[in-house]
Design a protein around this ligand. Structure first.
Ligand code: PLP
Length: 425
């Protein structure tokens, strides 16, 4: 409305991106489409406020509303995931990676041993990649998935007993199967490690009961708010406030041996440890998304996300594609392209030309580099938000197959556009 007049250059770019999203099929499993209410909150005057500190303990005046916004987001987060008084929630971390960083810095010292899923097996960069702060500042040991692509809990236990990590991370960025949080918890308990669950990818499924919840088992749960949870970019850190660690204050406020709850340590690490002021507009948008995720409509949505992923997987397999682990239990799948004479990057580029947006991905025990790996990762959260169902999944499997094998590009482009037009953003 205003932008077109005041800055036509940026207005044009936003219009072009909106058109691109409308006219392409987004199969990137970490992306989604937010509601208009979330968009409205992101663009609200809450963006103008500085609120360093926490509710009731801010450094600047004028924060009564910011306090209410933050407390509402916390209340809604606890309600959505059915949490009691033993859980605290920090809603200020700016995104998933800083949220994970806050947990590391709150619970550990640099050099401590941490165990996470290898990047090549589906773990996230923050779970120990050498290119990431986690791999640079901590002694990371990693667990892989089996050749078939499944977590092997006996093997994970063996590594844990040998390496004695202070923290174990369960959670992934490219794992198509259910994660057994109880098994991870048993391993962590046996060696006295913290269990951190990073449920960024599956948070929406957990909220809706379409994936088992980690909250019975974890000390800390982190999540982004912008993937299956369908909110704005952002993160939540849930932690057990009845689990204690030694105070890192030097000298400790209450004398030697003073303990603080891990929740307090995490809050202090987010602010002032890592960040200044929270993004209050983002917090409000998170509160909205959390309320949307508590509705019966969202429960239905999450169920459909999984049904669509299973349907897409089945049709791709019928067309001769190899899926890691032989299918999916959640919102995503990994296609192994080694038998198709294509690398992940070649497939990603070809599909993009057709209007099908995916991301290249390593497959377990990949012999190729992450820059040009052997697979692609695809998922259904975004398509499902647009209202697509099993019938469309069959068509999309055919479109992917045609693009990567024989089809005429211009014909495929037309078929993609026609499908997109039926399901506007
Ligand atoms: C499992 C997992 N954790 C953390 C993150 C990091 O989130 P962000 O990109 O918001 O930093 C991601 C994002 O891809 C993720 O998949």
């Amino acid at each position: 409305m205003y932008l077109k007049k005041s800055d036509p250059q940026v207005a044009k770019l936003i219009a072009a991106e909106t058109k691109r999203q409308n006219e392409t099929l987004d199969l990137i499993p970490s992306e989604n489409i937010v509601s208009n209410s979330v968009l409205e909150a992101i663009g609200s005057p809450l963006i103008n406020k500085y609120s360093e500190g926490y509710a009731g303990k801010r450094y600047y005046a004028g924060n009564a509303v910011a306090d209410d916004v933050e407390l509402l987001a916390i209340t809604r987060a606890k309600k959505l995931f059915k949490l009691g008084d033993e859980w605290s929630v920090n809603v200020q971390a700016l995104s998933g990676s800083p949220a994970n960083m806050a947990v590391y810095f709150a619970l550990l010292k640099p050099g401590d041993t941490v165990m996470g899923m290898a990047l090549s097996s589906g773990g996230h960069l923050t779970h120990g990649s050498p290119a990431n702060f986690s791999g640079k500042l901590f002694r990371m040991v990693s667990y892989d998935v089996t050749k078939k692509g499944f977590l092997d809990y006996n093997e994970i236990a063996k590594i844990a007993r040998k390496e004695k990590p202070k923290m174990i991370i369960a959670g992934a960025t490219a794992y198509p199967r259910v994660i057994d949080f109880q098994k991870f918890s048993n391993i962590a308990k046996e060696i006295g490690a913290f269990l951190m669950v990073d449920m960024a990818h599956i948070a929406g499924l957990v909220a809706a009961g379409s994936h088992p919840s980690p909250f019975l088992y974890a000390d800390v749960v982190t999540t982004t708010t912008h993937k299956t949870l369908r909110g704005p970019r952002g993160a939540l850190i849930f932690s057990r406030n009845d689990h204690m660690i030694a105070s890192k204050k030097n000298p400790p406020a209450g004398g030697p041996g003073t303990k603080v709850s891990i929740s307090r340590a995490i809050d202090q690490t987010v602010f002032p440890g890592l960040q200044g002021g929270p993004h209050d507009n983002q917090t409000a948008a998170i509160a909205i998304a959390l309320s949307e995720a508590a509705t019966p409509a969202f429960k239905k949505y999450a169920k459909q996300v999984v049904k669509n992923a299973k349907s897409l997987a089945k049709h791709l397999q019928q067309l001769g594609f190899t899926l890691i682990s032989g299918g999916t239990d959640n919102h995503l799948m990994l296609i192994d392209l080694t038998n198709r004479g294509l690398t992940g990057k070649q497939a990603q580029d070809k599909l993009e030309q057709a209007g099908i947006i995916v991301n290249r991905n390593t497959i377990p025990h990949d012999t190729r580099s992450p820059f040009d790996p052997s697979g692609i990762r695809i998922g259904t959260p975004s398509l499902t938000t647009r209202g697509m169902k099993e019938k469309e999944m069959k068509e999309i499997a055919a479109l992917i197959s045609d693009t990567l094998t024989k089809g005429s590009l211009s014909v495929i482009q037309k078929r993609v556009k026609a499908l997109c037009t039926k399901f506007p953003l």
